[in-house]
Ligand binder design. Structure first.
Ligand code: C2E
Ligand code: CA
Ligand code: CA
Ligand code: CA
Length: 279
């Protein structure tokens, strides 16, 4: 134990110690990962129902660590956010996804939008809009094929500052989506103050939609809200035909989930892209 103050003792248990060490190891590894080219993007289709047409993809990062194997974003994005590394990682994701989309278009696949997740830290960068404009310029991708996913807390944080950026991005032709809708703040006022094209209903509401009447009414209310506000609405985490049926009955026509496809590496998507639809 180490004495901190008169009555304050802080105990370092072996468990805490190894947790701190693990985090430090993670942080050091993460710092090198970009230079070593260890990140990969998996893409998951956003599917129009009932046609089955692929409306777009969401870009989801993974870390192919030489010893640890494929690391999920939930295990390293929080540390990347704390350390600020998310800014350069996020830029890499944007650049790679835009380049991949352009390559698919050049290969003759039907054009579609790719959505990229943006973290709060990226919105604190005053040059975010220039960075994105530069990436679109470098990759020669038309901005209409880029979507940005932000959470409610990012949207709410500093509505003035974030709003200015979002309006500029929207003016360029980029689509703005609210991610994990319903899990953040309860105030909905930002929906009318910000240029939002699309709402993504969090999968925690979709999971029990067929059994839980509360979830069912929350979801149908969100769908109605989006439609009244002339926004597109996408359901996340659709895994069963019951969920699909419910959503279709309630006029939600865009879905994403394991029922249609897992997120896949780019090279495994060519046959799906050639068809342009889910089986
Ligand atoms: P998210 O943005 O909400 O992404 C959707 C997550 O749901 C993904 O997890 C996806 O694989 C998963 N998912 C899709 N369909 C289903 C389904 O039917 N059932 C279930 N149980 N899960 C499904 P993933 O890829 O592990 O990503 C987790 C989170 O990590 C993302 O949640 C996002 O917040 C963050 N993330 C991923 N890539 C990036 C990135 O490039 N930048 C930033 N800032 N965050 C990212
Ligand atoms: Ca997302
Ligand atoms: Ca989400
Ligand atoms: Ca999420």
């Amino acid at each position: 134990a180490k004495m901190l103050g008169r009555n304050n003792f802080q105990y370092y248990t072996p468990a805490m110690n190894s947790m701190a060490l693990k985090r430090l190891e993670l942080e050091n590894n993460l710092r090198r990962a970009l230079a070593r080219n260890e990140f990969v993007i998996y893409y998951q289709p956003l599917v129009e129902i009932p046609s089955g047409k692929i409306n777009g993809m969401e870009a989801l990062i993974r870390w192919q660590h030489p010893q640890w194997g494929l690391v999920s974003p939930d295990d390293f994005i929080p540390v990347a956010e704390d350390t600020g590394l998310i800014v350069s990682i996020g830029e890499w994701v944007l650049r790679t996804a835009c380049a991949q989309n352009k390559a698919w278009q050049d290969a003759g696949y039907p054009p579609m939008r790719i959505n990229v997740n943006l973290s709060a830290r990226q919105f604190q960068q005053a040059n975010l809009v220039q960075t994105i404009a530069g990436i679109l310029e470098d990759t020669q991708l038309n901005p209409r094929w880029l979507g940005l996913e932000i959470t409610e807390s990012v949207a709410m944080k500093d509505v003035e500052f974030t709003g200015k950026m979002l309006f500029e991005l929207r003016k360029m032709g980029i689509t703005i989506a609210i991610d994990d809708f319903g899990t953040g703040y309860s105030s909905l006022s930002y929906l009318k103050r910000l240029p939002i094209d699309m709402i993504k209903i969090d999968r925690s509401f979709i999971r029990d939609i067929s059994q839980d009447p509360d979830d069912a009414s929350i979801v149908s209310t969100i769908i109605g809200l989006a439609q009244n506000l002339k926004m597109r609405v996408t359901a996340e985490g659709v895994e069963t035909t019951e969920q699909l049926q419910f959503l279709q009955n309630h006029h939600c026509h865009e879905m994403q989930g394991y029922l249609f496809s897992q997120p896949l590496p780019a090279q495994e998507l060519s046959s799906l892209l050639a068809r342009g639809r889910i089986s």
